[in-house]
Design a binder for this molecule. Structure first.
Ligand code: PBG
Length: 330
């Protein structure tokens, strides 16, 4: 690094920071509401329920969901992803409810698309909300997670969401080969316009704890380490992303986001489809709880955390703060 220029005068990088307008000119990465996906929880009740494990988040009734999405949409949020809290009576070892056309997710998709035709409605494809075992896949008698049998059920689930009008299906299960099979099933069903946002590098993370509380979907036995990725690995993330792109993923995701920014960067450099990153429930809760205690400035920290995710190379960010951010950016 040169310390002085040819005139032997000191180099002064601070000149590029001397006013708000100059800082704005020089800024490389920006956060905009158009980059955000708002994750929302929905349940089958008539009432909206506060979620104990995620203060500030709500399990919406269908009516509440339409109102909440309307507010977000009015602030410029144009994409949402749905997570269903399925009542215990509808959970089973074969997760049959996941493909029910009259089920909660298809009903939610229909009312949202009817109310806001330009809204991008994304659905989560995985069995954990429906599976009495709380795993993303089907569980064999000996406790193994069955890969190919699960993929067949995921294809039915994706088709069910496509029939309801989902714009994007988003497999979060981490089974091998599911993106290609889902792509083939969608195309065969006449849904070649439905996109796939693949959770490609999804780590076996303790940061998902509050989310599992929200859906009462924690695994009944074992953990998710035979399908979600080992937090020590980065090259494996490239392999997973590459496979998903080869199988037809339109976008790939890294999850969690904040503790895995190196992975966001590496994946963005490795594949040529848009990269999404998910600021997960634990990341949300750490900021929320510190702010509630008066220890952090919530708005400033959220904006910095999300800008960092953009700077790392993500075009798309999933965040429970999406509606707040839309308001702050307005
Ligand atoms: C499960 C799923 C999880 C999340 C999204 N989809 C939890 C898990 O894998 O156990 C976590 C999201 C969050 O923590 O905010 N298919």
């Amino acid at each position: 690094m040169e310390e002085s220029n040819r005139l032997d005068l000191p180099i002064r990088p601070r000149r590029n920071r001397k006013s708000a307008a100059i800082r704005e000119l020089c800024r490389e990465s920006r956060l905009s509401v158009g980059n955000l996906i708002y994750p929302l929880f929905v349940h089958d009740g008539d009432r909206d329920e506060a979620i104990d494990s995620m203060p500030g988040c709500v399990r919406w009734s269908l009516d509440g969901l339409v109102r909440e999405v309307g507010e977000a949409h009015g602030l410029g949020v144009r994409a949402i992803v749905l997570f269903p809290a399925i009542s215990a009576g509808l959970k089973s070892p074969d997760a049959a409810e996941s493909g029910n056309d009259a089920g909660l997710v298809p009903r939610a998709v229909r009312v949202l698309k009817a109310a806001y035709p330009d809204l991008v409605v994304i659905t989560d494809v995985a069995l954990d909300p429906y599976n009495s075992d709380g795993h993303d896949g089907l569980v064999a008698d000996d406790g193994r997670i069955l890969n190919d049998e699960t993929v067949a059920v995921l294809c039915e689930q994706a088709l069910c969401h496509a029939r309801a009008g989902a714009d994007i299906v988003s497999p979060s299960d981490m089974m091998d080969g599911r993106v290609g099979e889902i792509r083939a099933a969608l195309d065969a069903g006449g849904f070649e316009e439905v996109s796939i946002l693949a959770y490609s590098a999804k780590y076996a993370s303790a940061y998902y704890g509050p989310f599992r509380g929200a859906l009462e979907s924690a695994p009944k036995s074992g953990d998710k380490k035979t399908y979600q990725m080992d937090p020590g690995n980065s090259r494996e993330a490239l392999r997973e992303a590459e496979l998903d792109v080869a199988e037809g993923a339109d976008m790939v995701m890294v999850k969690p986001a904040g503790p895995y920014l190196d992975i966001v960067r590496a994946v963005a450099e490795h594949v040529d489809v848009p990269v999404a990153a998910y600021q997960v429930s634990g990341e949300y809760l750490m900021i929320k709880s510190a702010a509630a205690a008066g220890w952090l400035d919530e708005k400033a920290v959220v904006m910095e955390a999300l800008l960092g995710i953009r700077r790392a190379g993500a075009s798309v960010i999933l965040s429970y703060f999406a509606k707040d951010v839309a308001r702050w950016l307005a």
